[in-house]
Design a protein around this ligand. Sequence first.
Ligand code: HEC
Length: 262
Amino acid sequence: MKKIEIIPKIPRLAQLVLVIGGIYAGFWLIFDLLLGQPIPTSLMGMYMFFVVTGVLMVFTATEESTRQLVDPIQALVEEPGRRLMRNVVFFVVPGLAAVAVFLQMQPSDEAPLELRSIHPAPPSSAKIFGKRYDLMSLENPYRHLEKDDPEQFRELVAAGGEVYIRNCQYCHGDKLDGKGPYAQGLNPVPLNFQDIGTIAQLQESFLFWRIATGGPGLPKEATPWISSMPVWQEFLSEEQIWQVILYLYDYTGHQPRSWGHE
Ligand code: HEC
């Protein structure tokens, strides 16, 4: 008895395309939509390579299933009656490939993605102003005046403010929010000291090291070394750097982090 087919059978070749396309869509659905974590194209390419290889292995497991897959392709190429279809396919497939290549070669004006550590671990000691400083124990020599001599402390903060306005606000902004007039043209951007993720998390010795040695003083994990932060030990005195640090904390109202000996 001949089997009556209610649903027309999907050709093997179309099944193959549907399965691979379905898995691709599934990845996209899970990562992009459900998890909100788009996968990098290179990783997706790797997944899909294994998927395509695996699916092809299943689809060509037996001689017969291989036939079913290859026959329509062979027919398309060889049968005289399919000339029109053949011409369309041979025109469309290379056309699509050309479009894909063209789109990939398009230059993009997006900044390249760079992973760099914003707050690299400081070296345990650093050479600053020709002297070796132990950054773990180095403290702001003026900090104690906040309690001991508030009047002199205010003067030093004001001196730091002057250093800041003359040197730093061009990039870090007159409100210390990282929005100085030069900021827009810089990548990485000047840091926003108002943000609780910057100086509020740091010790004064870390700031001393960062200000004195600037972008070029950054260690390896902060590469690429493209920070525009100048090397201030070449322009300011040691005292001025400690003063501007007082000013940064005073203006923003943040407390410098300490090693917990309070
Ligand atoms: C030419 C622009 C420019 C000027 C001027 C400038 N900075 Fe910067 N600064 C940057 C950039 C860009 C960064 C972020 C990249 C980096 O960490 O090096 C930065 C980072 C810093 C950091 C690191 C903060 C952190 O959370 O790690 C400190 C502190 C700092 N600047 C202080 C100063 C002080 C103080 C002055 C003035 C004496 C100054 N900067 C002047 C561009 C500048």
